[in-house]
Design a protein. Structure first.
Length: 151
């Protein structure tokens, strides 16, 4: 079980505090990922992960310890973090220097299609490249499809 702290984007409010959620899935998750979470009576909203803590306790034990009812992450949106550690540190420094909500700084750093808001899911997606490495260069053993991929 992982305890996830994330920032959310609300157009009406500048909520400059992290919200806590739980994650017990098998997919890779890290700081800098966007996730879909239930918020305000279960309405899905995008959050931006800023901290992850591993924990061996059950949901009930964590809720008793924190005193809050916690929800699970609905969906992981990204395959890789959008902002690395150095840019996250820069965002924290900008936020404290200009007394601006951290989520606003993060939104400024990202292109509009990757911003942590629900409308960004309708825009262009991140294109990830996959590369294959040939273990044997003998093309005579390959099928037509394998030869096409090899070429």
């Amino acid at each position: 079980m992982k305890i996830i702290k994330l920032l959310i984007e609300r157009s009406v409010f500048s909520l400059d505090r992290p919200f806590t959620y739980l994650y017990d899935g098998f997919e890779s998750i890290n700081v800098g990922y966007r996730v879909l979470v239930p918020f305000n009576k279960g309405k899905p909203i995008i959050g931006y992960i800023i901290e992850i803590q591993d924990n061996n306790k059950s949901k009930e034990e964590i809720e008793k310890e924190t005193g809050f009812s916690l929800s699970y992450i609905l969906q992981i949106i990204d395959d890789k973090p959008l902002i690395n550690d150095e840019l996250m540190e820069l965002a924290n420094q900008i936020s404290s220097y200009y007394i601006s909500p951290l989520i606003s700084v993060l939104q400024t750093m990202l292109p509009s299609s990757l911003k942590p808001r629900r409308s960004a899911l309708k825009g262009p997606k991140i294109a990830y490249d996959k590369y294959l490495v040939a273990l044997d260069n003998d093309v005579h053993k390959l099928t037509a499809k394998q030869f096409e991929i090899y070429s």
